[in-house]
Write a protein that binds this ligand. Structure first.
Ligand SMILES: [Zn+2]
Length: 410
């Protein structure tokens, strides 16, 4: 049933044993990691702020050091070049220097996080139940489209609904995007404010097994209406053609369960009209989708005379619900809710792929391919030949631009 897509990139197959030596990491940390930008980004070029920021380091033997802190970019560089961590995480700004927390934890002076960027994590593995081209760690250009739409919807919510301006997006190193919301009024929010934003963004998806009767409630929230407009522009190209979703059980089952949620006790419609189309092997997904739209609308016009009160009838809602279920951003929302949650730093090297977690401009997200992402081994080869790695510096440029804008607005 499923044809095998030869374009799939299995990172594990390509880099069967990533060549990430400590020597290469040391060259990278000594010559390429952008410490000065980190001082601007995480400490507003102010030692008093920067030294209260938590860094954590994961070593190559998996030892883990939390609550590290530094006065300035020179100190940060010195320690990173000495330890050569395989991973660096960024935490909150605390009320005191994090490495002094043991001295201050009495009733009067409690060790407390006071500021941190709100972070979002979008990972393609959360789309596995609707991806047909790849699964697990595999990523290809076809399924990166899920990331593009997630980015576009998340961006409009953060910019238009909340008015945020300083948003840093970065490749997670393997199969997704991290988003750092860096506006001052976002950074000072405590857990309740973060949770409110996260819950606003989270679209309550139909849980097929738990509660099939929960559908979209009218009127639709303007933010959902806007997300639907974004999705409708690309749904046919990305999902019906790109994923051929209705020729796979996962897509068929999802659409059927949504139809059942809106057309409760309409067994004749489901069994005698919808199922034969879904299971028609001569139809591709575009044909199935269009045919089902026509059938649902006809059924609604023939059987439900009360629909003109609402902007959308049940047929419209089935279609919108299906599209949202597939393309609305799937966020690991727990990452966003807590001020003290650590997230992997941009410019880390992913230990399995050797790829740099580079910051991404909008055009980089939309035109993304794995080949464009710099790998440690490429940087080192160029370094040893006395050359600058152009891929790395292209993305470093994105970080420079972001930090410069942030600085000008402080
Ligand atoms: Zn794929």
């Amino acid at each position: 049933m499923a044809d095998i897509n030869i374009e799939n990139i299995d990172i594990k197959d390509i880099i069967n044993d990533p060549i990430i030596s400590k020597e290469d990491m040391k060259i990278y940390y000594e010559n390429y990691f952008p410490y000065d930008n980190f001082f601007t980004w995480l400490g507003k070029d102010d030692s008093e702020i920067f030294e209260r920021r938590e860094f954590s380091f994961t070593m190559s033997d998996d030892r883990y050091f939390r609550f590290q802190c530094f006065k300035n970019s020179e100190e940060l560089k010195k320690q990173i070049c000495k330890l050569i961590p395989k991973k660096i995480d960024i935490g909150a700004i605390y009320n005191i220097q994090p490495n002094m927390k043991g001295d201050f934890n009495d009733d009067q002076r409690k060790f407390t996080p006071v500021q941190k960027e709100i972070v979002f994590d979008i990972d393609l593995t959360d789309y596995d139940d609707i991806r047909t081209c790849c699964s697990d760690a595999k990523v290809c250009d076809k399924c990166w489209k899920y990331m593009i739409v997630a980015y576009q919807i998340l961006k409009t919510i953060l910019e238009e609904d909340f008015g945020f301006n300083h948003i840093l997006y970065a490749f997670s190193g393997r199969r997704g995007i991290h988003c750092w919301l860096c506006d001052e009024r976002a950074k000072v929010l405590q857990n309740d404010g973060r949770t409110a934003i996260a819950n606003f963004i989270k679209y309550k998806m139909i849980n097929i097994k738990m509660n099939a009767s929960q559908g979209l409630k009218l009127p639709l929230h303007p933010s959902i209406e806007r997300a639907i407009k974004i999705i409708e522009n690309v749904f046919e190209e990305y999902i019906l053609i790109g994923q051929n979703i209705l020729n796979y059980e996962k897509g068929k089952n999802l659409l059927e369960s949504i139809i059942k949620a809106y057309f409760i006790k309409n067994d004749d419609l489901i069994n005698n009209k919808i199922k034969p189309i879904l299971n028609n092997n001569n139809y591709n997904s575009v044909m199935k989708f269009n045919e089902i739209k026509i059938i649902l609308n006809k059924y609604e016009n023939d059987n439900n005379k009360n629909t003109n009160k609402n902007k959308y009838n049940r047929a419209d809602l089935v279609i919108k619900d299906f599209e949202l279920n597939i393309l609305y951003p799937r966020l690991d929302i727990n990452v966003s809710k807590h001020i003290n949650h650590l997230l992997k730093s941009p410019f880390c090297i992913h230990p399995k792929t050797g790829m740099v977690s580079v910051p991404l401009r909008e055009t980089d997200i939309i035109n993304f391919t794995m080949e464009k992402i710099p790998k440690l081994e490429e940087i080192i080869i160029d370094h040893k030949n006395g050359k600058k790695n152009s891929k790395f510096f292209y993305f470093k440029g994105a970080f420079d631009e972001f930090c410069k804008k942030l600085k000008n607005n402080q």
